[in-house]
Write a protein that binds this ligand. Structure first.
Ligand code: GRF
Length: 191
């Protein structure tokens, strides 16, 4: 199975996927391409792992340019800390083949502006008792596609956005490889 991974940031989730493929935790899979929409450490991880990569500048033509370079035999497109919005046409062309990880328990705390530390601040300000991460299919509605897998963590009394971000990252490293396996190997969705 061939996977394309899109990144915008430090790429620790990308690294986790690279490691899980190497260890066999994600079997029968290969990352054929890493694409970034800006200079970021995620690209360095691709270089280091010997994975082909591309940088496509952010902006209107991003989805169109991306579509041109997606390899023919791609089974799955994984958004791993990717900050651009893919356009409607792209989402429709690859319907059911694009997944994203979001650092909260969707459908709460998703949508426009809900990314990075904004999410964790919003969760704490709302007085939530728990948060977590969600892997979901990508559709043209931001953070609205079908949920594949979620993982939860409790929020402690002295939680800060930074400490919550760290906890949520650990959950992501657990559920992302599992969700990728579920989609690649068509196991039951754990909605
Ligand atoms: C993750 O928390 C993910 O949920 C969010 O961006 C972060 C990416 O982290 N969309 P990294 O680049 O994988 O370290």
């Amino acid at each position: 199975k061939n996977i394309v991974i899109l990144v915008s940031g430090s790429g620790t989730n990308l690294q986790r996927i690279i490691d899980c493929i190497a260890s066999g935790e994600i079997p029968d899979a290969k990352i054929s391409l890493v694409v970034a929409d800006r200079e970021c450490f995620g690209l360095q991880r691709a270089v280091h792992a010997g994975i082909p990569y591309h940088l496509i500048s952010r902006g209107k033509a991003f989805s169109e340019n991306l579509e041109k370079i997606i390899p023919e035999n791609t089974d799955l497109i994984v958004l791993a800390g990717f900050l651009s919005i893919l356009d409607k046409e792209f989402c429709e062309n690859f319907n059911g083949k694009i997944i994203n990880i979001h650092p909260a328990l969707l459908p709460k705390f998703g949508g426009k502006g809900m990314w990075g530390m904004n999410v964790h601040k919003a969760v704490l300000e709302a007085g939530e008792k728990e948060s977590g991460a969600t892997v979901h299919f990508v559709t043209s509605g931001i953070d609205e596609g079908e949920i594949i897998l979620q993982g939860k963590t409790e929020i402690s009394d002295n939680e800060t956005p930074e400490s919550l971000a760290e906890k949520v990252h650990q959950i992501e490293y657990d559920i992302f490889p599992k969700a990728i396996n579920m989609v690649l190997h068509h196991s039951q969705s754990a909605k």
